[in-house]
Design a protein around this ligand. Structure first.
Ligand SMILES: C[S@@+](CC[C@H](N)C(=O)[O-])C[C@H]1O[C@@H](n2cnc3c(N)ncnc32)[C@H](O)[C@@H]1O
Length: 226
């Protein structure tokens, strides 16, 4: 299955019984689509585009070791992992509730080559240079200690390994910035400070040997080589 089809199958995965969160992440339910359009100025095509960019660091036939942090409910990545039977996949999240949803999704999809661990991205329970890929989708805007998160994701990545993913960036869409500042931050969904596309690029260039940063509206996507 192509990467595009995997992402689209995540949309189908949620079906009619998706939570508001899953429906929003996958642009698949009426309330989810409304939030994507209103808050993020994203339609289905833009949603697909940012996910493709964020996941482009994971080769379609990948067979090494990878860490996903935070996995959340796994709604975006389980369809991808379903087609990576030779990879050694570790998923970590702070919230046992979010991860319970990811775990049952993995079981439902028959994914066997996956391990789940509860933990903090700022203090990862892994050896130095353990993973070939570290994937982080929509996490850094939520992490409270962002310096520790950048430091730890770098530490556990092998030399030559790939760090890729996406998260909210300031300045990509004025409307999104307003919602984040007036709703998401006060409610505790997101934690400042936030990167801009430029500050993210500059930060990653200081750490990684190859850096590619792109943006779709208020979402910054990155693929870096250590
Ligand atoms: C917006 S969700 C993103 C989840 C998933 N990657 C996705 O795109 O659907 C943010 C996740 O970050 C997790 N999180 C927040 N702080 C964390 C931390 N310090 N360490 C690990 N996970 C954390 C939350 O539990 C939540 O599941």
């Amino acid at each position: 299955m192509s990467r595009k089809d995997q992402i689209k199958s995540a949309y189908r995965f949620t079906g009619g019984h998706a939570s508001l969160y899953d429906g929003m992440m996958t642009y698949s339910t009426l309330p989810g689509k409304a939030i994507c359009r209103l808050v993020w100025n994203m339609d289905g095509e833009k949603n697909l585009r940012y996910l493709e960019q964020a996941l482009s660091g994971v080769p379609e036939n990948f067979s090494g070791s990878m860490l996903e942090v935070p996995v959340g409910t796994g709604v975006l990545t389980m369809p991808v992992y379903h087609d990576l039977p030779k990879a050694e996949i570790t998923c970590l999240d702070y919230s046992p509730d979010m991860m319970a949803a990811a775990r049952s999704r993995a079981e439902l999809a028959g994914i066997k080559n996956i391990t789940f661990r509860q933990g903090d991205v700022g203090n990862l329970p892994f050896e130095d240079e353990q993973f070939d890929i570290v994937l982080s989708l929509n996490g850094f805007h939520a992490f409270p200690d962002k310096d520790a998160a950048y430091r730890e994701t770098f530490r556990v990545l092998k030399k030559g390994g790939t760090f890729c993913g996406c998260f909210y960036i300031r300045g990509g869409c004025k409307r999104t910035d307003w919602f984040i500042q007036n709703l998401y931050v006060p409610k505790g969904f997101f934690t400042p400070p936030f990167e801009t596309e430029q500050s993210l690029r500059e930060r990653l260039i200081k750490m990684y040997t190859e850096v590619n940063v792109t943006a779709v509206e208020g979402i910054g996507c990155f693929v870096c080589r250590k």
